[in-house]
Structures are given as structure tokens and as C-alpha cells.
Ligand binder design. Structure first.
Ligand code: HEM
Length: 364
């Protein structure tokens, strides 16, 4: 992948893909410009028949759909939740039998999903059902070998059942005062009922698999570059190392936009209405911005990766994702003296970029 990106940045930094009928853009400068110029490069409106969502709207609608929730996601608000999120990590780790385990179903998958359930303020008895729905709705690959793959019909059904479930909770909390995300949406007068539901399902879609893959990719990188001990004794800064994981193995590799008017980029003329794919995964390896981009450098600073996008659609959940990854790695490294992922037979998935399974040897 990095070598394909390198070839594209050099030979075809902006190219038209005839087969897929879209433009691909590979250089940092161009990708960054696309993300920041939302007037020329609009977000792709999803054809959903439900409520509008921030991710598929541009100004003026975008602000109405996003800003009411931004203070919940601020690093300051999240700092207060750190202890509770640590408890969630510890409870999951308590249940792991050391020895040979697949860390994805045992930890990196349930951890972010439980945090999202908690953040939405779901009743604890509903967590299991919620995890089932969210896996089916997102078609997360079967968590164990004997589980069946989710069919498109099951996906549709899970999405509908979950929407109905959110719809009821939104009604129940319409004059609530709690600080969970459902209540925050439910009590917002500027959103329609459908938009409130879409906000809740959107948080789920945007926030789960991406974070699962960040945490798994961090274990993958730290094993590959032999960093567990250095991080454990503080010789390498954990948060900075996670930033480098974001750059080096970004869960999101590409972002889509539509040109709203004819525009020139990288010497190519893009027509109005054409689809543009901005490869942030390639931008993260651009030598114009990063020294020795092919090297994993946990101390890299500044690290101007664009794994959370840029401009008005910059990931709302970035501080949450960073916090979750930081706690997950802190707790895992603290609780297990030995963490030995088996990197001999990895088969990374492309979207989001990461691993469906990561067998590890763990010792207390
Ligand atoms: C947007 C990546 C975690 C919520 C985005 C975008 C990226 C991204 C690249 C921009 C999309 C675009 O410009 O088209 C990631 C990665 C994550 C992560 C790599 C984890 C490592 C989360 C979490 C949440 C979240 C935990 C919420 C709980 C959102 C939302 C948007 C968004 C709501 C849309 C923002 C807008 O359109 O204004 N994310 N995300 N993300 N993300 Fe994340």
C-alpha cells in the first residue's frame, strides 16, 4: 500500500479512474486543500431517507447538526470520564484468561462499543443487544469462527430495530437533564426527530470500527517495532506513539467529495459534479511533509497526519478516540507483563484499514 501510494504521488498525483468514474488525489497538499475547501469540494450527500446528518451536509446545515454536541466531545469534558473509561477497560481485562487469545474479540472490539453504549446513555441491560445490533448494522465480520456472516437482510433489520430503539429512548428523554448523547440530542429543539435518530446511529457508525482498528493497529505497530517495553517504562511517550500509529496505519484511508464547480487541481481539470477521492492515507506518507515517511517513528513531532480528516468535517470524536486508545494501551501494558502478537499470518482489511483478528500470547 505505501509503495502504491508512493508511485501514485510521483506518477499520477491526480488521476481519473475510468472504471470507477472518479478522481483520485494522492498528495498531502492537494488532499488537505480538498478537505478544507468545502465550498468547492462538498461532502457526498448520502441517499438516506432518514434525517440529515452532519457528515453528509455542508454549511449552513452542517453547524446545526454538529455544534450542539461538540462540547460533549471536548478534551475537557472527556477528562472527567477518564476514570470510568479505565474501569470499563479493567473489567474487560479481568475477564481475559492469559495465554493464547485473539485480542480483537476479547478486548479491542468490545471496549469501544461499550464506551459508545455508555456515552449514549444506554441502560446497562441493553448493552449485549446493542453490540449485536451494531455489529450487524455495520456488518462487522463474525467475531468468532463459528459465527455466521451477517447477510444484507439482517443488516437492514438490525438497522431498523436499532433506529426504533433510539426513537423510543429519544421520546423518553425529551425533557431529560442527563449529560448522555441521547439526552443531548433529544432536548435539542433545532433537530427533527429523524435527525436525532440519525445523530445517534451516526455516532455509532463513525465511532466504533474506526476506534477498534486504531487500538488493534497500535498493538500491531508496537509489536512490529518492539516498543512495548519502551512505552511501559516511559522511554517512549504513549500518546505520541499513538499519533504515529494514526499516521502509519490510519483506519480511514480515503474520503469522498463532489466538485461543486469546475476546478483545477494538480494540473488536472475536474468537472462540476464529479466524484473526488482524497487519499488521506497517502497524504500521511508524503515526503513533502514527513521526514522518512516509510519509517515508524514514535517520537515524530510535529506529526501533521490527517487521519481524522480536516476542515469543517474534521472528526468530531477525535479526542474520544485518542482517549480510548490511550487508556486501552495503558491498561493492557500495565496488566500484562508479556504481550506477544503473532504477526506471522496477518490479513489486513482495507476499509477501515486494520485487522479482523490478532492472536496474541498474554502473560500477567
Ligand atoms: C468524521 C476518522 C473515531 C465521530 C471523521 C472523519 C474522519 C474520521 C477521517 C472525516 C470524514 C470526512 O471528512 O469525510 C476517525 C478515526 C477514528 C474516529 C480514524 C478512530 C480512530 C470517531 C469516534 C466518533 C467519531 C470515536 C464518535 C464517537 C465522527 C463524526 C464525524 C467524523 C460524528 C463527522 C463530523 C462532521 O461531518 O462534521 N472521522 N474517526 N469518530 N467522526 Fe470520526
Amino acid at each position: 500500500r505505501p509503495s502504491w501510494y508512493a508511485e501514485m504521488r510521483q506518477e499520477h498525483p491526480v488521476r481519473y479512474d475510468e472504471q470507477r468514474e472518479r478522481w483520485d488525489v494522492f498528495r498531502y497538499e492537494d488532499v488537505n486543500r480538498i478537505l478544507r475547501d468545502h465550498e468547492t469540494f462538498a461532502t457526498t450527500h448520502s441517499s438516506n431517507d432518514g434525517g440529515k446528518s452532519m457528515i453528509s451536509e455542508d454549511p449552513p446545515e452542517h453547524g446545526r447538526l454538529r455544534n450542539f454536541s461538540s462540547s460533549w466531545f471536548s478534551p475537557r469534558t472527556l477528562r472527567e470520564k477518564r476514570e470510568r473509561f479505565e474501569e470499563i477497560a479493567d473489567e474487560l481485562i479481568d475477564d481475559i484468561e492469559p495465554g493464547h487469545v485473539d485480542i480483537v474479540p476479547e478486548f479491542t472490539h468490545p471496549y469501544p462499543v461499550t464506551i459508545i453504549a455508555e456515552s449514549l446513555g444506554l441502560p446497562i441491560d441493553d448493552y449485549e443487544q446493542f453490540i449485536e445490533w451494531s455489529d450487524a448494522a455495520l456488518r462487522v465480520p463474525a467475531r468468532t469462527a463459528d459465527e455466521e456472516e451477517v447477510t444484507p437482510e439482517e443488516q437492514e433489520q438490525a438497522t431498523q430495530e436499532m433506529s426504533r430503539y433510539f426513537s423510543e429512548l429519544i421520546d423518553e428523554r425529551s425533557d431529560g437533564t442527563d449529560n448522555d448523547l441521547i439526552t443531548i440530542a433529544a432536548t435539542n429543539d433545532e433537530l427533527s426527530h429523524e435527525e436525532k435518530i440519525t445523530f445517534c446511529t451516526g455516532i455509532l457508525v463513525a465511532g466504533n470500527v474506526t476506534t477498534i482498528n486504531l487500538i488493534t493497529n497500535a498493538l500491531w505497530c508496537f509489536a512490529e517495532f518492539d516498543l512495548f517495553d519502551d512505552i511501559r517504562r516511559g522511554a517512549v511517550d504513549r500518546e505520541q506513539a499513538i499519533e504515529e500509529v494514526l499516521r502509519y496505519r490510519s483506519p480511514a484511508q480515503s474520503l469522498r467529495r463532489i466538485a461543486t464547480q469546475p476546478v483545477e487541481i494538480g494540473g488536472k481539470e475536474i468537472g462540476e459534479g464529479e466524484l473526488v477521492v482524497a487519499w488521506n492515507g497517502s497524504a500521511n506518507y508524503d515526503p513533502a511533509v514527513f521526514d522518512a515517511p516509510e519509517e515508524f517513528r514514535p517520537e515524530r513531532k510535529p506529526n501533521r497526519h490527517i487521519s481524522f480528516g480536516g476542515g469543517i468535517h474534521t472528526c468530531l470524536g477525535a479526542p474520544l478516540a485518542r482517549l480510548e486508545a490511550d487508556i486501552a494501551l495503558e491498561r493492557l501494558l500495565d496488566r500484562f507483563e508479556v504481550i506477544e502478537p503473532d504477526l506471522s499470518d496477518l490479513s489486513p482489511q482495507e476499509i477501515p484499514f486494520g485487522l479482523k483478528s490478532l492472536p496474541c500470547y498474554l502473560k500477567n
